[in-house]
Write a protein that binds this ligand. Structure first.
Ligand SMILES: [Zn+2]
Length: 307
């Protein structure tokens, strides 16, 4: 009897192992993209993000671990719009896995066919602008992320055509679900349409745009450039709780500056969830959107004196 149980356990283990071997190995640069890969790929994929949720993907360094991870991948997905320009080119140069380099069947730039906002009129990268190709943080909007999910589905189908139907079905379900959720929150924000917000980095702009909230100013004078004391003082003197309903920032920037601006204006500082996995409950692209929309709405309601 016992022998039989052991045999069964071994059989189950083998089944798990063989299933793991059959999975498509995917590496992404961010947890947001990893979430989209899981959404489209389900249990057919084994996905890893090179950055952790609380890391700012603008500023990672290429490591041997990243190169090793990519060398074993069937598919590599990057965000694009130069978010990873400081480290991904080096990782791809160092890997021997030609399949996952640009032009290879295992390479996906998730931003293809997405229209970036805030494309600068003149390139000011030398002044610290880390958004020279426009705002790269489109995954904060789950509807805009549908195109990234389409690009990912196309990549999965290229490397694993036998599961085409499953990928397409999962993609369609995501499109339907993200449309529903976005619509629900746009309606909740309707009474506050046009409310003013001050941001730190331009991280949440796609989300704020989707919700009909207006970005009035930024604590960073240019994306990637730290604010001077004079710039902070100007924000406080230029705005009040009539023109601005909240200050929102990322957890990896100096929260003292955010607090100073929010207190000076007389509104709440919202520390948003910048990526999937960075806050409790923000476990996928759709719940990331819901979490951020919820805390922003609360701050705007409070500043508007309503409920
Ligand atoms: Zn950025």
């Amino acid at each position: 009897m016992r022998k039989h149980t052991l045999k069964m356990a071994a059989l189950l283990l083998c089944l798990v192992v063989s299933a793991a071997f059959a999975k498509v190995r995917v590496t992404t640069t961010t947890t947001d993209l990893a979430s989209l890969v899981s959404t489209v790929g389900g249990d057919l994929v084994d996905v890893t993000s090179l950055s952790r949720p609380i890391q700012d993907a603008h500023y990672l360094d290429a490591t041997p671990g990243m190169i090793m991870r990519i060398s074993r991948s069937d598919l590599f997905v990057e965000n694009g719009f130069e978010l990873e320009v400081g480290w991904v080119p080096e990782v791809l140069r160092e890997t021997r896995n030609r399949k996952v380099r640009p032009g290879g069947e295992g390479y996906v730039n998730a931003s293809v066919s997405i229209q970036a906002i805030q494309i600068p009129e003149s390139i000011s990268r030398d002044q610290g602008d880390v958004h020279p190709s426009g705002n790269p943080h489109y995954t904060l909007d789950p509807v805009l992320s549908q195109q990234a999910a389409r690009n990912i589905a196309a990549g999965l189908i290229r490397v694993d055509g036998s599961n085409r139907e499953t990928y397409q079905k999962n993609l369609e379900r995501y499109i339907e679900q993200s449309n529903e959720i976005a619509q629900k929150w746009v309606q909740k924000f309707e009474p506050y349409r046009g409310a003013g917000i001050i941001i730190y980095h331009k991280h949440f702009d796609y989300l704020l745009k989707k919700l009909g909230v207006e970005v009035i100013d930024a604590i960073e004078p240019l994306p990637g450039l730290a604010p001077s004391a004079g710039h902070v003082a100007r924000l406080i003197s230029n705005y009040d709780s009539e023109s601005v309903k909240a200050v929102i920032m990322e957890p990896w920037h100096d929260q003292r500056v955010g607090r100073q601006v929010a207190q000076g204006i007389g509104v709440d500082l919202v520390v948003g969830c910048p990526t999937v996995g960075s806050c409790d409950g923000a476990d996928c692209i759709v719940s990331l959107f819901e979490t951020n929309a919820g805390i922003i709405l609360e701050a705007i309601k409070k500043a508007s004196g309503g409920n």
